[in-house]
Design a protein around this ligand. Structure first.
Ligand SMILES: [Zn+2]
Ligand SMILES: [Zn+2]
Ligand SMILES: [Zn+2]
Length: 282
């Protein structure tokens, strides 16, 4: 499989829209990998994960053929992961040649945000019935999308909704997409996570050098999370371990995150990064 990180920042972006902290000033000055748009990833050019306001920018930057895309997996309704009003543009009036149906998978809060955005008066003349279909997903209720077996696992994030992280497998290759979440997962969630072997794990690193009790993870949590996976035999030498979803409030530059990741056998994601991974046997 190949995962492309289209955006790697938390909600406020990096540099943050209205911020003049040292990290943001440095990012504006340095550019390159120090600039981050909101979190989004694309698996094998087939499964899009999350739909931030930067989706349009990503489509331009990486020449994505979003009209061909049939599957969008959404983790939760926070605006950096789901900016649904943009989906109206898949209607044939705006999206000429968009192929078939785009399936949007998400929890009930994502579903409400979707309908609140696309059923507004201005768009009622362009119903999405033939272009976008919402599919409500629930924790541990696995489903298939274009040959990919997807298992939603409840995250430790905003308690106002059932935020989800995802286990995705195909042809014996398996990944864990763990954004946004803390480490206070339910017993059932850990059991589900521990019952798989991963070729790639992508972990929330929002807090950087800091640590909070749940909601997001920092670098110390990422190390602890990987250690747990190791203890349960879920990761091996070949497993690609990525830290992602960064905030300037974590008080580290990309250069520093990259150095930390290298020291611990991980990769610090940056916008545009592509990672190939496969089952040990293949
Ligand atoms: Zn987020
Ligand atoms: Zn800042
Ligand atoms: Zn969030």
């Amino acid at each position: 499989m190949e995962l492309q990180y289209l955006g790697t920042a938390a909600a406020e972006g990096w540099p943050a829209l209205f911020c003049s902290c040292d990290i943001c000033k440095r990012a504006r000055r340095t550019g390159g990998k120090e600039l981050r748009t909101r979190t989004q990833a694309l698996l094998d050019e087939t499964i899009l994960i999350d739909f931030p306001p930067d989706t349009y920018t990503h489509a331009l930057q990486y020449t994505l053929q979003l009209g061909k895309l049939r599957h969008l997996l959404v983790t939760h309704s926070h605006m950096d992961h789901f900016f649904p009003v943009e989906l109206i543009h898949r209607h044939e009036h705006f999206g000429h040649g968009a192929q078939g149906m785009l399936h949007v998978y998400g929890n009930e809060a994502v579903e409400k945000a979707f309908y609140d955005a696309v059923l507004i008066d201005r768009f009622r003349v362009h119903p999405l019935d033939d272009a976008v279909r919402f599919v409500t997903v629930k924790p541990f209720e696995d489903f298939m999308a274009d040959g990919y077996h997807i298992i939603p696992v409840p995250a430790d994030h905003d308690p106002r909704e059932v935020c989800l992280i995802y286990i995705i497998e195909k042809d014996g290759t398996c990944m864990l997409y763990g954004h946004d979440t803390g480490m206070n997962l339910s017993k059932e969630a850990w059991e589900c996570i521990f019952s798989h072997s991963y070729d790639l794990v992508s972990l929330d690193a929002t807090m950087g050098t800091k640590q909070i009790n749940g909601y997001h993870m920092g670098l110390a949590d990422d190390l602890a999370f990987v250690k747990l996976l190791e203890e349960h035999g879920c990761v091996g030498q070949h497993t690609v371990k990525v830290i992602n979803h960064f905030s300037h409030n974590g008080e580290m530059s990309h250069e520093q995150l990259d150095a930390f990741a290298k020291e611990h056998g991980m990769l610090a994601a940056y916008d545009g990064m592509k990672v190939r991974f496969e089952n040990e046997q293949s």
